[in-house]
Design a protein around this ligand. Structure first.
Ligand SMILES: [Zn+2]
Length: 77
């Protein structure tokens, strides 16, 4: 392993981040799978257009995208 995920793997190999219909939310609740959302990732090599699974928690109203977290693309830390 090692190196850049984005540089070495085809977007299709990444999948959407979907794992199951519900995932745990930081608030302690459960976030429900809503849909897949398109996203373009720009890298030094090229642009990738991918699809990401989007989850939404009805408890706290927060949305989350597991694939963003996996790739380290979340805007804030
Ligand atoms: Zn929540």
């Amino acid at each position: 392993m090692g190196g850049s995920i984005l540089g070495e793997a085809l977007p299709s190999a990444l999948g959407t981040g979907y794992s199951r219909s519900r995932v745990s939310c930081p608030c302690g609740g459960k976030a429900r799978f809503i849909n897949n959302r398109a996203k373009t990732i720009t890298t030094l090599v090229s642009d990738f257009r991918i699809r990401q699974a989007y989850y939404h928690c009805s408890g706290c109203g927060e949305g989350q995208v597991p694939l963003d977290r996996l790739l380290g693309l979340e805007g804030s830390t």
